[in-house]
Write a new protein. Structure first.
Length: 375
């Protein structure tokens, strides 16, 4: 094979005509094969490119491209291209591509020479390196975008509170005689009561929300009851008009304390259910909701678990000769709510969409060839 470089020595040169060999090599192209040579060149370089198929065949395509896609030369069915010259306007990477589209093998002798513009670029490194670069590209996509809104008005009906009130219901107000031990009567007895039954219908509800009891012995407790009426009912009359007795004030939570006597005959008492009332009367162990011993006592209940049903106030007198009269009072607070149908307009706002082509940015990373002095 004749040396290609020998032929290139005959090419005329400019004032600074030092020729530097970049490549002098042989490429073997298999069928349907493409090979590429990448070199960097300085601004002002002249490139002298020679290619020859060693066996006199043609190469399907030969091209010289300044990266990324500026073609400097493109030849079809090339047997020989001698001393094709290019001037580098801007420093960059050049790709020399060789494509064999035939079914036979091709052998290419390739020579690439650079002629620096001046001594300043004489030592320019033509090696190429790869770097990763991020770019923003814009892709056209079809999206559903809001073009307006449709408003739908629908007449509907709902249940609302028409009225709501609370009031006191006196469940029990009874005086019970409990005999002394020396008498022939029973020293243990009871009074029973049933709380108002809750009623729930479509149009109204009535239910017990709280209740309270009072146990008092003799005239001493009756006098204190009268004092409590004057103090409590009169004091809160303007703020809470739905109860009428001191015990109603306790049940409603409007009052927290009642005055109690400390002198007088006392009574043993226990608030129980029917089964435990029988145990109390039979002097057997029992369980109670509340129990104690004294001249007078009271208690409020708000637990939903004991707002309904029948209860017993069991009483016992341990006085040897003196019978006692025990007054038992029970008051409940009833919540009464009435409902009605109310018409209203339900508004539904639905967005209306149309198709629209929009550009959306996308960051992509690519590896690109750059000159060796790239920073």
């Amino acid at each position: 094979m004749k040396k290609i470089l020998f032929a290139l020595l005959l090419v005329s040169a400019a004032a600074f005509a030092q020729k530097i060999t970049v490549a002098d090599l042989q490429l073997k192209l298999e069928p349907s094969d493409t090979q590429e040579l990448l070199y960097g060149f300085a601004e002002g370089d002249r490139i002298i490119f020679t290619v020859e198929e060693a066996n006199g065949n043609y190469v399907s395509e030969v091209s010289v491209v300044q990266y990324p896609e500026t073609f400097k030369y493109k030849g079809q069915n090339v047997k020989k291209e001698k001393a094709r010259e290019f001037t580098v306007a801007n420093k960059g990477v050049f790709a020399f591509r060789f494509t064999n589209s035939t079914k036979g093998r091709r052998v290419c002798n390739v020579a690439i020479i650079r002629v620096p513009k001046s001594s300043n670029t004489k030592n320019f490194n033509t090696a190429v390196k790869w770097v990763t670069k991020q770019d923003t590209i814009y892709k056209s996509v079809t999206k559903d975008v809001v073009s307006g809104y449709d408003t739908l008005y629908v007449q509907k009906t709902r249940r609302v509170v028409a009225s709501e009130k609370k009031f006191e219901e006196i469940v029990l107000d009874k005086s019970q005689r409990v005999s002394a031990k020396s008498s022939l009567g029973d020293t243990k007895t009871f009074v029973d009561f049933t709380l108002p039954l809750n009623a729930i219908t479509k149009d109204e509800t009535k239910k017990v929300v709280a209740w309270a009891y009072w146990v008092g012995v003799g005239e001493e407790s009756n006098e204190f009851w009268k004092q409590n009426r004057k103090m409590i009912v009169g004091a809160v009359q303007g703020a809470a008009t739905y109860f009428t007795t001191p015990l109603g004030g306790i049940a409603a939570g409007a009052a927290t304390n009642l005055a109690l006597p400390v002198i007088g005959e006392d009574v043993q008492y226990a608030l129980v259910n029917e089964a435990n009332n029988k145990l109390f009367l039979d002097d057997k162990p029992y369980k109670s909701y509340d129990a104690g011993k004294g001249v007078a006592a009271y208690k409020r209940f708000t637990d939903a678990g004991i707002q309904q049903g029948r209860f017993f106030m069991a009483l016992a007198n341990d006085n040897l000769i003196q019978p006692i009269d025990v007054n038992v009072k029970v008051s409940a607070i009833i919540e009464h709510i009435k409902y009605k149908d109310e018409k209203y307009t339900d508004t539904t706002i639905t967005p209306r969409y149309t198709k629209k082509i929009v550009s959306e940015p996308e960051i992509v990373s690519n590896k690109i060839p750059v000159t060796f002095d790239y920073r």
